[in-house]
Design a binder for this molecule. Structure first.
Ligand code: ADP
Ligand code: MG
Length: 357
């Protein structure tokens, strides 16, 4: 039967997407400037994430995959402070419970040698061996859900769609991560290895977008830069969540800045597809269906015929939202979403008016 550990692990690792998200975020947290994601058989056989980050200290080998072990501290003090993605120490532990996982890691001081770490299902270190390796860390996740037959079957059935969802997520990380090279490939059995996309170590998001989606994509784009302050939460019709938030001592600022790139709102020129809409909160890719809807409604009101390209990073006070509403941290709760959406639409209309003159 299933262990409690397996069941709990299922909350962090629900699908291919969450595996890739957790591993890529770990690489970014480790300061990587190069991240290579390799799928074998769309991820069914293996998912490998290789980075050139800090590597793992030998002191941590024993604990790294244990539940709730983390070497990171979260600080929420101010908007500009750099935050790590991880802080709960659940990903590696969960992956040990749900797949066959091993790690190869090397630090700068290790020379051309690295260490391969093997783990038990519980996350306990099983053994180490010396291997050739460059600085950084490679995490290899084989046969995800091998010990959960029903979920394995489900994954086998849906893997093509899952793989495409993962690519969208990776597009988002690659576009937002300035100065980080991404390469994503897939090796299907008896087939050729296909490179999904590769970016350079670009100095800005625009060049990342060109690498991911092709330089042609840039032709229809215009910079997005909006600044506004959300209406006060004592306005009529404000939600309870907004009111609760605003009365907190540490509610923080109501200022919003949204930067990025988007399709020019020229009638009839839409030729993008909806998988090219990416939203971020303080550079964290997340799904914000209401924000997407707000953008798309404005495009529609301009008779923009097809769905627009949107790359929008919403810079907010870290106290203005909560990332911990869903276990995979993809969904974000904006404490005063209504206020944000209203100002956003007004500002977008202003911007579009300016551009259509
Ligand atoms: P969290 O990211 O919340 O700390 P994880 O289970 O994702 O928890 O990772 C556990 C620990 O393993 C991290 O705190 C970090 O010390 C280490 N680690 C994981 N992946 C990497 C990596 N790619 N490079 C360096 N260290 C890593
Ligand atoms: Mg992590």
């Amino acid at each position: 039967g299933r262990s409690v550990h397996q069941i709990q692990s299922g909350q962090v690792i629900v699908d291919l997407n969450s595996v890739v998200k957790e591993l890529v975020e770990n690489s970014l947290d480790a300061g990587a400037t190069s991240i290579e994601v390799r799928f074998k058989n769309n991820g069914l056989d293996a998912i490998e994430v290789q980075d050139n980050g800090s590597g793992i200290s030998p002191d941590d080998y024993d604990t790294i995959a244990l539940k709730h072990y983390t070497s990171k501290l979260a600080t929420y003090d101010d908007l500009t402070s750099l935050q790590t993605f991880g802080f709960r120490g659940e990903a590696l532990s969960s992956l040990c419970a749900l797949s066959k996982l091993h790690i190869v890691t090397a630090r700068a001081s290790d020379g051309p040698k690295g260490t391969k770490l093997d783990f038990e299902q519980s996350g306990k270190l099983k053994g180490t061996s010396v291997v050739a390796a460059k600085q950084g860390t490679t995490v290899v996740v084989e046969t995800l859900f091998h010990n959960l037959p029903v979920r394995r079957k489900e994954l086998e059935k849906t893997v093509k769609r899952e793989y495409n969802k993962v690519l969208q997520l990776l597009n988002a990380y690659a576009c937002i991560s300035v100065g980080v090279k991404f390469s994503v490939s897939n090796q299907v059995p008896k087939g050729k290895k296909t490179v999904a996309f590769a970016t350079n170590s670009n100095p800005n998001t625009k060049e990342n977008i060109a690498n991911v989606f092709g330089t042609k994509t840039l032709v229809g784009l215009t910079p997005l830069d909006l600044r506004f302050e959300m209406d006060p939460s004592n306005r009529p019709g404000a939600t309870q969540s907004a009111r609760n938030w605003s009365t907190q001592e540490d509610a923080g600022s109501r200022e919003v800045r949204i930067v990025g790139h988007m399709s020019r709102p020229v009638v009839g020129e839409g030729r993008q597809t909806s998988d090219r809409q990416m939203f971020f909160v303080n550079a964290r890719p997340c799904s914000l269906p209401q924000v997407a809807k707000a953008f798309n409604e404005v495009y529609k009101s301009y008779n923009y015929t097809q769905s627009a390209f949107i790359f929008a990073d919403i810079k907010l006070d870290t106290n203005a939202y909560d990332v911990n509403v869903s276990p995979d941290k993809r969904e974000i709760l904006l404490h005063d979403q209504t206020a944000l959406l209203e100002s956003l639409q007004d500002k977008l209309v202003e911007l579009f008016e300016g551009q259509n003159q």
